[in-house]
Each structure stands twice: as C-alpha cells, then as structure tokens.
Design a protein around this ligand. Sequence first.
Ligand code: FAD
Length: 427
Amino acid sequence: KVAVVLFTRDLRVHDNPALAAAARAAERVVPLFVHDPAIRAGEQRRRFLDGCLADLKASLRRLGADLAELRGDPVTEAVRVARAVGAEGIGVAADVSGYARHREHRLREACEAERVALKTFPGVTVVPPGAVRPAGGDHYRVFTPYWRAWQARQHREVEGAPRALRLPDGLPASWLRDRPAVEDGAGGESAGRRRLAAWLPQLSAYEDNHDAMAADRTSRLSPYLHFGCVSPGEVAARAAGRPGAEPFVRQLCWRDFYQQVLYAFPDLRHKAYRATAQEAWRDESDALQAWREGHTGVPVVDAGMRQLLAEGWMHNRARLITASYLTKHLGVDWRAGGDHFFDLLLDADVGNNYGNWQWVAGTGNDTKPYRRFNPVRQGHRFDPRGDYVRRYVPELAAVEGKAVHEPWTLPEARRKQLDYPAPLVLP
Ligand code: FAD
C-alpha cells in the first residue's frame, strides 16, 4: 500500500496526524510539498518557509524517506503524484481559510475522479473549528464562553514522530533534489521545538511580562505555529499544568477562536464582521505611507512599525497600539493596515491578523467600537524606560526620560536637533 501525505502548513514530523496515519496504514509513503505560485510571500517569510522545508526534508530523510517538492497547483500535482506512484490515498491537514478550503474541495473532487481516497486530519488548531459550538449557532462570537467550552473539551492525544518511513522505489530524482543549507535562525521544526523547550520554563513569568515591550518576553512561537513547525496541540499539552500556564494557554485559545471565526466567516479579511459596523474611513494615503515606514512622529507607533520592517515580527502590545493609531487616530481603513501586516509578518495568518485588526478597528466580533488606545499612555505604561522606542528609533536614542514617548514636549531648540518628525496627529 502506498499513501501520499500532502504537507501545507503542518511542516513537522512530530504530532502530525496526517503523517502518523499514513505511516500506520501504508508500507510506502510519499511526503509531498507543492510550491503554489498563487500564494504570495515576502522575502523574510519565503526564507522562513525555506528553513521549514529544509528541516522537514532532513527529518524525513532521517526516518528513511524524503520530501518530494513540486511546483504548481497543489491539487493537480498531488493527484499526479498519487497516480504516478499508484497511491490508494492522499492525506492532508484540514485547514481554515477560504483559499485552503476551496483547495481541499477541489482535491476531493479530483480524488473522486481518480478513485483515490482523500483523508483529512486535524492539527492546524488545538480544537478544530466547529468542534465546540454555542447552543443554536455555528461558531462563537464572544471569546469568554468559547474559552470555557474550549477548556472543557477533551483534547486530542499528542503523538510522537513516526518511527520509520519508506518511499516507493523509483521516484524521479527531480522530485527529491537536495536543498541548499539554510542559515541559522530560520524556520523549521527543529528550531521551533528548541524554542518551545526553552520557553516552557519561562511560563511562570508570562502573566507579568507579556506586555513589556522592551523585555520581549513572549514565546515568539507564532511563526512556528503558523507554519505548523510545532503542533498547537503539543504546545498546549506541554504547557498545561505548569505554574503560570493559564494566561499563555488562553492566547493559544485566542488563536483557535479566530480560526473558528474565519471558518464561519471566510470574508474576514475584506468585510466587517459586524454588518452594522459604522465604517467611514478617510483616504489618507500619505498618512498610510508614513505609518508603514515608521515616520508618524509618534515614537511607540514608529518603533513598532520599524520592528515589523526589520524583523517580520512585532510585539503584540505594539500591534495593538499601531493598529489603533492607524484606524482611530489617522482614520485609515483597517484593511490597508491589515494588508501591510500580512505582507510582512512571518506569522501572517488570515484569521489571527484580520480578526485582530477588526477587533482593534471596532468592526469585529467581541469588540468595543469606541475603544482607542492612547499611544503616549500606552508607551509610558508598557515601555516605561523607553528602551523599546530607543531600540527601533535611533533618532531618539539620546532622548532621556519620559520625553522619549512625547518628544514634542521638549524645548524647541532640543527638538530641532532631533531628526524626527512632528506627529501626524497628536495622540
Ligand atoms: P505569545 O504571547 O507567546 O502567545 C502564544 C501564541 O498564542 C502566539 O504565538 C499566537 O499563536 C497565539 N496568540 C497570542 N495572541 C493572540 C491574539 N491576540 N490572537 C490570536 N492568537 C494569539 N498573530 C498571528 O499569529 N498572526 C497574525 O497575523 C497576527 N496579526 C495580528 C494583528 C494585530 C493588529 C494584532 C493586535 C495581533 C495580531 N496577532 C497575530 C496576534 C499576536 O500579536 C501574535 O500572535 C503574538 O504577538 C505573537 O507573539 P508570540 O508568539 O510571542 O505570542
């Protein structure tokens, strides 16, 4: 028996239900990744993905198999591979976004036409979308009841990596080409597992430190979770029960929450979730551009935006502040901000990104439309020494004390020495 496992954003060998099932059911397995030209990725994310694939390939080789890589439409290519190797079935992780679900739907039709069995597996979230539902509805709109139902649910057992895998004989060498070595710090399961192992002992301080922007003491697991280098179920299971785990596990639940929102509302990136949301955005293209580049003149906003440009990642507190400033102070459409984040974030994820943008903009579910964050107050509170600002905005590195968050309060002569703009809109 031969099976194909189509990897998408479950780029790991540990706790991968699709791979584990194929290893159990078939004597020969073809692990396959198809580079889909329809999926755009910026330079940093492409490098991260390269790291994920190189690491996956190395792990699969250690298990006795390899990673086959092709380019094109994943549906066409997966079925072509299945036919070429005489596979009885294709296994794939069930995913959430409209694009992924359409792909799964087309794959199901193509498999039916070829008489190949298609099996889908959980593993992209801790709790699959739709697995917990409110009475009389298909998804939760409000987080707290979702969190209660999520906690009460029996979670899937975490599985290890398969012990061994065997490829069918005679696969074309062009499918199995070596990959160039990847630089350190890139994506991948090995790096993700190391990060998780190093993170777990720090859980007890998460509640106190997760908002401290300069200290940077969150897990930084988000890109690894997005690409499935670590299994969200395994992260939740290994965290659970440790001192101080609950606030962290709650964030994993927020991730599942937005995935089930997206599943029920596939238009999340384009359309206000609340049909009644008041939307009157200004067309402020210069302001939008200044925000993108980190030149708004509001230090903590600029620090966040420049962290995003430099690292492809931004601290959660800074994401809240920068998104609020764009939508509430500059009056610019959340879609424009969300798209910019989406282009640059390593962890760019339709559900988490646009779900959170809508939450900040006040168009989403479980949100307060009139909330707005004052970036100066947020700066004093969550970057009290100003070190986060100084790290990312070198023009302000020499400004001492609290003025680093409001340089417009400095004496004029001093202000003129700084190569830093006046705020577009005063907070
Ligand atoms: P930790 O604090 O260590 O949290 C652990 C994990 O929980 C994260 O890795 C993430 O998977 C999940 N998580 C944490 N906070 C949230 C949240 N508010 N919503 C959903 N999941 C959460 N997260 C993304 O993964 N992709 C995005 O594209 C994304 N866009 C965002 C846009 C805006 C405007 C805002 C306000 C938040 C966004 N987030 C997004 C959520 C959050 O900022 C990041 O998940 C977090 O900063 C990642 O850092 P971490 O792994 O150290 O998080």
